[in-house]
Design a protein around this ligand. Sequence first.
Ligand code: MN
Length: 143
Amino acid sequence: MDKRETLESLNPKGGEKTTEERIYVIQEHHATHLHWDLRLEMDGILKSWAVPKEPPKEAGLRRLAVPVEDHPIEYASFHGVISEGQYGAGEVKLWDKGTYEPVSVKEDKIVFNLNGEKLKGEYCLVKTNFQGKESWLFFKTKK
Ligand code: MN
């Protein structure tokens, strides 16, 4: 999928703020390595990033967020155990859920307001390179 197309189509027209709410979820995934799967509804799917450390509730901490495959919207409510031998085997817990509103969406930077139970306020995903691979940084903005 062309990520640029997907992201740019999300931009509010003329760069205005939108009040449209979309699904936001973070699943705590006890796979081979514990991580948190951040998922944001975009264009009818869940864009997903794997965050190796607990997502930050306060500004000042930046977390690596590695893009992983899109998931269907229905997956937002999934929790339970993925069986041995299946991809991502291990327990999945809903760590946080709610909605988000995009503030600005660019190919390399997404700013959004989270209305979760744990994470609230303005957050940012910024594309970077980590060890030569596409990755993003996820953090709460200082506002
Ligand atoms: Mn995962």
